[in-house]
Design a protein around this ligand. Structure first.
Ligand code: SF4
Length: 344
Protein backbone atom coordinates (compact mmCIF):
# COMPACT_ATOMS: atom_id res chain seq x y z
CA UNK A 1 0.00 0.00 0.00
CA UNK A 2 1.24 3.49 -0.81
CA UNK A 3 0.29 5.38 2.35
CA UNK A 4 2.39 8.31 1.08
CA UNK A 5 0.00 8.69 -1.85
CA UNK A 6 -3.16 8.07 0.16
CA UNK A 7 -2.23 10.82 2.64
CA UNK A 8 -2.39 13.33 -0.22
CA UNK A 9 -5.94 12.42 -1.29
CA UNK A 10 -8.35 14.01 1.24
CA UNK A 11 -7.69 17.75 0.82
CA UNK A 12 -8.01 18.04 -3.00
CA UNK A 13 -10.72 15.38 -3.22
CA UNK A 14 -12.95 16.96 -0.55
CA UNK A 15 -12.61 20.36 -2.15
CA UNK A 16 -13.54 18.90 -5.57
CA UNK A 17 -16.47 16.93 -4.10
CA UNK A 18 -18.03 19.96 -2.43
CA UNK A 19 -18.17 21.71 -5.79
CA UNK A 20 -19.11 18.76 -8.00
CA UNK A 21 -21.28 16.34 -6.01
CA UNK A 22 -24.50 15.18 -7.56
CA UNK A 23 -27.85 15.94 -6.04
CA UNK A 24 -29.07 12.43 -5.10
CA UNK A 25 -32.26 11.66 -3.14
CA UNK A 26 -30.48 9.85 -0.29
CA UNK A 27 -28.03 12.71 0.13
CA UNK A 28 -30.73 15.23 1.08
CA UNK A 29 -31.46 13.42 4.37
CA UNK A 30 -28.61 10.96 5.04
CA UNK A 31 -30.10 8.98 7.93
CA UNK A 32 -28.67 5.51 8.56
CA UNK A 33 -31.89 3.99 7.17
CA UNK A 34 -31.70 6.04 3.97
CA UNK A 35 -28.01 5.34 3.42
CA UNK A 36 -28.47 1.65 4.10
CA UNK A 37 -31.37 1.20 1.65
CA UNK A 38 -29.62 3.23 -1.06
CA UNK A 39 -26.32 1.37 -0.65
CA UNK A 40 -27.97 -2.04 -0.92
CA UNK A 41 -29.77 -0.91 -4.08
CA UNK A 42 -26.59 0.63 -5.53
CA UNK A 43 -24.69 -2.65 -5.18
CA UNK A 44 -26.49 -3.99 -8.20
CA UNK A 45 -27.86 -1.07 -10.21
CA UNK A 46 -26.77 2.22 -11.78
CA UNK A 47 -27.36 5.42 -9.81
CA UNK A 48 -29.82 6.79 -12.37
CA UNK A 49 -32.01 3.69 -12.15
CA UNK A 50 -31.77 3.49 -8.35
CA UNK A 51 -33.16 7.03 -7.87
CA UNK A 52 -36.65 5.95 -8.88
CA UNK A 53 -36.60 2.67 -6.92
CA UNK A 54 -35.25 4.41 -3.85
CA UNK A 55 -37.85 7.17 -3.90
CA UNK A 56 -40.70 4.66 -4.32
CA UNK A 57 -39.30 2.37 -1.59
CA UNK A 58 -38.85 5.15 0.98
CA UNK A 59 -42.29 6.60 0.20
CA UNK A 60 -43.88 3.18 0.83
CA UNK A 61 -41.68 2.27 3.83
CA UNK A 62 -40.49 5.53 5.41
CA UNK A 63 -39.01 4.01 8.58
CA UNK A 64 -37.10 0.92 9.62
CA UNK A 65 -40.20 -0.12 11.59
CA UNK A 66 -42.27 0.00 8.38
CA UNK A 67 -39.71 -2.17 6.63
CA UNK A 68 -39.65 -4.68 9.48
CA UNK A 69 -43.46 -4.99 9.41
CA UNK A 70 -43.91 -5.04 5.61
CA UNK A 71 -45.82 -7.96 4.15
CA UNK A 72 -43.53 -10.13 1.97
CA UNK A 73 -45.37 -9.80 -1.35
CA UNK A 74 -45.47 -6.00 -1.05
CA UNK A 75 -41.76 -5.93 -0.23
CA UNK A 76 -40.86 -8.08 -3.23
CA UNK A 77 -43.06 -5.94 -5.46
CA UNK A 78 -41.17 -2.82 -4.32
CA UNK A 79 -37.92 -4.59 -5.25
CA UNK A 80 -39.23 -5.92 -8.56
CA UNK A 81 -36.76 -5.21 -11.36
CA UNK A 82 -33.76 -4.75 -9.07
CA UNK A 83 -33.01 -8.48 -8.93
CA UNK A 84 -30.90 -10.19 -6.25
CA UNK A 85 -33.99 -10.70 -4.12
CA UNK A 86 -31.99 -12.21 -1.25
CA UNK A 87 -30.79 -8.66 -0.62
CA UNK A 88 -34.24 -7.33 0.14
CA UNK A 89 -35.01 -10.36 2.29
CA UNK A 90 -31.82 -9.66 4.25
CA UNK A 91 -32.81 -6.00 4.45
CA UNK A 92 -36.02 -6.96 6.19
CA UNK A 93 -34.30 -9.49 8.44
CA UNK A 94 -31.85 -6.82 9.57
CA UNK A 95 -34.69 -4.30 10.01
CA UNK A 96 -36.39 -6.73 12.41
CA UNK A 97 -33.16 -7.06 14.39
CA UNK A 98 -32.81 -3.26 14.57
CA UNK A 99 -36.42 -2.88 15.74
CA UNK A 100 -36.55 -5.75 18.22
CA UNK A 101 -32.97 -5.85 19.53
CA UNK A 102 -31.83 -2.24 19.16
CA UNK A 103 -35.14 -0.49 19.90
CA UNK A 104 -35.32 0.92 16.36
CA UNK A 105 -31.93 2.68 16.64
CA UNK A 106 -29.16 1.72 14.21
CA UNK A 107 -25.94 0.69 15.90
CA UNK A 108 -23.23 3.19 14.94
CA UNK A 109 -20.14 1.00 15.16
CA UNK A 110 -18.73 -1.21 12.41
CA UNK A 111 -18.65 -4.35 14.55
CA UNK A 112 -22.34 -4.23 15.46
CA UNK A 113 -23.39 -3.17 11.96
CA UNK A 114 -21.65 -6.22 10.53
CA UNK A 115 -23.72 -8.56 12.69
CA UNK A 116 -26.85 -7.47 10.78
CA UNK A 117 -28.05 -9.62 7.87
CA UNK A 118 -26.66 -8.58 4.50
CA UNK A 119 -24.24 -6.00 5.94
CA UNK A 120 -20.59 -6.71 5.21
CA UNK A 121 -17.43 -4.62 5.33
CA UNK A 122 -18.49 -2.32 2.52
CA UNK A 123 -22.03 -1.49 3.68
CA UNK A 124 -20.95 -1.17 7.32
CA UNK A 125 -18.25 1.31 6.27
CA UNK A 126 -20.70 3.28 4.16
CA UNK A 127 -23.30 3.56 6.94
CA UNK A 128 -20.75 4.29 9.68
CA UNK A 129 -19.00 7.03 7.70
CA UNK A 130 -21.80 8.60 5.66
CA UNK A 131 -24.59 8.48 8.25
CA UNK A 132 -22.60 8.62 11.50
CA UNK A 133 -19.50 10.57 10.38
CA UNK A 134 -17.12 7.84 11.58
CA UNK A 135 -13.64 7.21 10.24
CA UNK A 136 -14.42 4.10 8.20
CA UNK A 137 -13.63 3.45 4.54
CA UNK A 138 -16.13 1.71 2.26
CA UNK A 139 -14.31 -0.03 -0.57
CA UNK A 140 -16.47 -0.67 -3.63
CA UNK A 141 -15.56 -1.14 -7.29
CA UNK A 142 -15.17 2.61 -7.83
CA UNK A 143 -12.78 2.97 -4.92
CA UNK A 144 -10.76 -0.08 -6.00
CA UNK A 145 -10.39 1.37 -9.49
CA UNK A 146 -9.31 4.81 -8.28
CA UNK A 147 -6.85 3.40 -5.72
CA UNK A 148 -5.36 0.87 -8.16
CA UNK A 149 -4.70 3.63 -10.70
CA UNK A 150 -3.38 6.14 -8.19
CA UNK A 151 -0.81 3.66 -6.93
CA UNK A 152 -0.44 1.45 -10.03
CA UNK A 153 -1.19 -1.54 -7.85
CA UNK A 154 -1.33 -4.66 -10.02
CA UNK A 155 -3.08 -6.92 -7.47
CA UNK A 156 -6.25 -8.48 -8.86
CA UNK A 157 -9.06 -6.43 -7.29
CA UNK A 158 -11.06 -9.49 -6.23
CA UNK A 159 -8.25 -10.38 -3.80
CA UNK A 160 -9.83 -10.10 -0.35
CA UNK A 161 -6.53 -9.43 1.42
CA UNK A 162 -5.90 -6.51 -0.94
CA UNK A 163 -9.38 -5.16 -0.35
CA UNK A 164 -8.93 -5.34 3.42
CA UNK A 165 -5.47 -3.73 3.26
CA UNK A 166 -6.88 -0.93 1.09
CA UNK A 167 -9.76 -0.41 3.53
CA UNK A 168 -7.28 -0.08 6.41
CA UNK A 169 -4.95 2.21 4.46
CA UNK A 170 -7.79 4.53 3.46
CA UNK A 171 -9.34 4.54 6.93
CA UNK A 172 -5.97 5.71 8.26
CA UNK A 173 -6.14 8.91 6.16
CA UNK A 174 -9.76 9.80 6.99
CA UNK A 175 -10.38 13.31 8.33
CA UNK A 176 -11.62 13.97 11.87
CA UNK A 177 -14.98 12.39 12.76
CA UNK A 178 -18.00 14.27 11.47
CA UNK A 179 -19.27 15.66 8.17
CA UNK A 180 -15.87 15.49 6.48
CA UNK A 181 -15.79 11.70 6.99
CA UNK A 182 -19.23 11.41 5.42
CA UNK A 183 -18.05 13.54 2.50
CA UNK A 184 -14.77 11.70 2.08
CA UNK A 185 -16.46 8.33 1.57
CA UNK A 186 -18.85 9.85 -0.93
CA UNK A 187 -16.08 11.77 -2.69
CA UNK A 188 -14.23 8.55 -3.45
CA UNK A 189 -17.42 7.00 -4.89
CA UNK A 190 -18.11 10.17 -6.84
CA UNK A 191 -14.64 10.42 -8.35
CA UNK A 192 -14.89 6.83 -9.61
CA UNK A 193 -18.38 7.40 -10.99
CA UNK A 194 -17.83 10.78 -12.66
CA UNK A 195 -14.13 11.13 -13.47
CA UNK A 196 -12.04 7.99 -13.02
CA UNK A 197 -14.41 5.89 -15.11
CA UNK A 198 -13.61 2.34 -16.21
CA UNK A 199 -13.03 3.47 -19.81
CA UNK A 200 -11.33 6.74 -20.77
CA UNK A 201 -10.83 8.35 -17.35
CA UNK A 202 -11.07 12.17 -17.50
CA UNK A 203 -7.61 12.74 -16.03
CA UNK A 204 -7.43 16.40 -17.05
CA UNK A 205 -10.41 17.17 -14.83
CA UNK A 206 -9.28 14.94 -11.95
CA UNK A 207 -8.39 16.62 -8.65
CA UNK A 208 -5.85 13.85 -8.01
CA UNK A 209 -4.01 14.04 -11.34
CA UNK A 210 -0.94 15.56 -9.69
CA UNK A 211 -0.37 12.50 -7.50
CA UNK A 212 -1.62 9.73 -9.78
CA UNK A 213 1.03 7.25 -10.91
CA UNK A 214 -1.10 5.81 -13.72
CA UNK A 215 -1.64 9.30 -15.12
CA UNK A 216 2.09 10.03 -14.83
CA UNK A 217 3.02 6.88 -16.78
CA UNK A 218 0.03 6.79 -19.14
CA UNK A 219 -0.92 3.37 -17.76
CA UNK A 220 -4.56 4.13 -16.85
CA UNK A 221 -5.96 1.39 -19.09
CA UNK A 222 -3.83 -1.29 -17.39
CA UNK A 223 -5.49 -0.66 -13.99
CA UNK A 224 -7.36 -1.99 -12.16
CA UNK A 225 -6.38 -5.60 -12.82
CA UNK A 226 -9.65 -7.51 -13.12
CA UNK A 227 -10.21 -11.19 -12.31
CA UNK A 228 -10.60 -13.57 -15.24
CA UNK A 229 -14.20 -13.95 -16.31
CA UNK A 230 -15.63 -17.42 -15.79
CA UNK A 231 -17.77 -18.87 -18.55
CA UNK A 232 -21.47 -18.94 -17.64
CA UNK A 233 -23.48 -22.14 -17.57
CA UNK A 234 -26.06 -22.08 -20.39
CA UNK A 235 -29.53 -23.52 -19.78
CA UNK A 236 -32.53 -23.96 -22.09
CA UNK A 237 -35.71 -22.92 -20.32
CA UNK A 238 -39.40 -22.99 -21.18
CA UNK A 239 -41.54 -20.28 -19.57
CA UNK A 240 -45.27 -20.80 -19.97
CA UNK A 241 -48.14 -18.35 -20.03
CA UNK A 242 -50.86 -20.81 -19.15
CA UNK A 243 -54.10 -18.96 -19.81
CA UNK A 244 -57.28 -20.44 -18.33
CA UNK A 245 -60.80 -19.03 -17.97
CA UNK A 246 -59.80 -17.91 -14.42
CA UNK A 247 -56.58 -16.13 -15.41
CA UNK A 248 -52.87 -16.84 -15.88
CA UNK A 249 -50.91 -19.38 -13.84
CA UNK A 250 -48.29 -18.20 -11.35
CA UNK A 251 -46.39 -20.37 -8.89
CA UNK A 252 -43.53 -20.09 -6.42
CA UNK A 253 -40.13 -21.41 -7.45
CA UNK A 254 -39.05 -24.15 -5.10
CA UNK A 255 -35.47 -24.74 -6.26
CA UNK A 256 -32.60 -23.27 -8.23
CA UNK A 257 -31.93 -19.69 -9.15
CA UNK A 258 -34.68 -17.27 -7.91
CA UNK A 259 -35.84 -19.87 -5.37
CA UNK A 260 -38.80 -18.58 -3.37
CA UNK A 261 -39.84 -16.06 -6.06
CA UNK A 262 -43.00 -16.08 -8.17
CA UNK A 263 -42.78 -17.26 -11.75
CA UNK A 264 -44.81 -18.01 -14.80
CA UNK A 265 -44.37 -21.80 -14.64
CA UNK A 266 -41.00 -22.70 -16.09
CA UNK A 267 -38.77 -25.70 -16.64
CA UNK A 268 -35.11 -26.14 -17.47
CA UNK A 269 -35.09 -28.68 -20.28
CA UNK A 270 -32.66 -31.01 -21.92
CA UNK A 271 -34.29 -31.71 -25.26
CA UNK A 272 -37.87 -32.15 -23.95
CA UNK A 273 -40.65 -30.44 -25.89
CA UNK A 274 -43.10 -27.87 -24.51
CA UNK A 275 -45.83 -30.49 -24.80
CA UNK A 276 -43.89 -32.98 -22.67
CA UNK A 277 -43.37 -30.38 -19.95
CA UNK A 278 -47.06 -29.41 -19.94
CA UNK A 279 -48.09 -33.08 -19.86
CA UNK A 280 -45.87 -33.48 -16.79
CA UNK A 281 -48.05 -30.86 -15.04
CA UNK A 282 -51.27 -32.65 -16.09
CA UNK A 283 -52.01 -30.28 -18.99
CA UNK A 284 -52.94 -32.48 -21.96
CA UNK A 285 -55.54 -30.45 -23.89
CA UNK A 286 -54.20 -27.03 -24.85
CA UNK A 287 -53.87 -24.64 -27.78
CA UNK A 288 -50.57 -22.92 -28.41
CA UNK A 289 -51.15 -19.26 -29.28
CA UNK A 290 -47.62 -17.88 -29.62
CA UNK A 291 -44.02 -18.47 -28.71
CA UNK A 292 -41.07 -16.07 -28.51
CA UNK A 293 -37.41 -16.38 -27.55
CA UNK A 294 -35.55 -14.31 -24.96
CA UNK A 295 -32.25 -14.53 -23.14
CA UNK A 296 -31.59 -13.61 -19.54
CA UNK A 297 -28.18 -13.35 -17.94
CA UNK A 298 -27.70 -14.12 -14.25
CA UNK A 299 -24.37 -13.80 -12.45
CA UNK A 300 -23.29 -17.37 -13.25
CA UNK A 301 -25.96 -18.64 -15.65
CA UNK A 302 -27.33 -17.70 -19.06
CA UNK A 303 -30.91 -18.72 -19.81
CA UNK A 304 -32.06 -19.26 -23.39
CA UNK A 305 -35.77 -18.81 -22.79
CA UNK A 306 -38.57 -19.98 -25.02
CA UNK A 307 -41.76 -18.36 -23.82
CA UNK A 308 -44.88 -20.27 -24.85
CA UNK A 309 -48.42 -18.91 -24.50
CA UNK A 310 -51.02 -21.66 -24.29
CA UNK A 311 -54.74 -21.75 -23.60
CA UNK A 312 -56.29 -24.56 -21.59
CA UNK A 313 -59.39 -25.18 -19.50
CA UNK A 314 -57.83 -26.66 -16.37
CA UNK A 315 -55.26 -24.66 -14.41
CA UNK A 316 -52.40 -26.73 -12.95
CA UNK A 317 -51.37 -23.85 -10.62
CA UNK A 318 -52.92 -20.77 -8.96
CA UNK A 319 -54.27 -18.16 -11.36
CA UNK A 320 -54.33 -14.36 -11.42
CA UNK A 321 -55.64 -11.72 -13.81
CA UNK A 322 -53.11 -9.65 -15.76
CA UNK A 323 -54.14 -6.59 -13.71
CA UNK A 324 -53.41 -8.44 -10.45
CA UNK A 325 -50.05 -9.58 -11.82
CA UNK A 326 -49.17 -6.02 -12.81
CA UNK A 327 -50.29 -4.39 -9.58
CA UNK A 328 -49.51 -6.76 -6.73
CA UNK A 329 -47.59 -9.87 -7.76
CA UNK A 330 -43.80 -9.57 -7.86
CA UNK A 331 -42.29 -11.24 -10.90
CA UNK A 332 -38.52 -11.26 -11.50
CA UNK A 333 -37.30 -9.69 -14.75
CA UNK A 334 -36.25 -13.08 -16.19
CA UNK A 335 -39.97 -13.95 -16.41
CA UNK A 336 -41.49 -10.50 -16.67
CA UNK A 337 -39.79 -9.77 -20.00
CA UNK A 338 -41.92 -12.61 -21.43
CA UNK A 339 -44.95 -10.33 -21.09
CA UNK A 340 -43.78 -8.83 -24.38
CA UNK A 341 -45.27 -11.91 -26.04
CA UNK A 342 -48.63 -10.17 -25.89
CA UNK A 343 -47.36 -7.34 -28.11
CA UNK A 344 -45.90 -9.49 -30.85
S1 SF4 B 1 -5.63 11.03 -12.78
FE1 SF4 B 1 -6.89 9.78 -14.11
S2 SF4 B 1 -6.37 7.65 -13.63
FE2 SF4 B 1 -5.60 8.94 -11.97
S3 SF4 B 1 -7.22 8.89 -10.43
FE3 SF4 B 1 -7.56 10.72 -11.70
S4 SF4 B 1 -8.94 10.05 -13.34
FE4 SF4 B 1 -8.13 8.21 -12.35
Amino acid sequence: MREDIFRLIPAPLLSWYRKNKRDLPWRSDPTPYHIWVSEIMLQQTRVEAVKEYYTRFIAALPTVEDLAACEEEKLLKLWEGLGYYSRVRNLQKAAKTIVFEYGGQFPDDIKSLKTLSGIGDYTAGAIASIAFGKRAAAVDGNVLRVASRLTENATVISDTAYRKALENALTAVYPEEGTACSEFTQSLFELGALVCKPQSPACKACPLNGICRARKHGSQERFPVLPEKKAKRVEDVFVFFIQTPEGFCIRRRETGVLKGMNEFPSAVVNGESAEEVLNGWGVYAFTEKKRKNFTHIFTHIKWNITCVWVETDVAPFDTYSLDEIEESISIPTAFKQCLQIFNQ
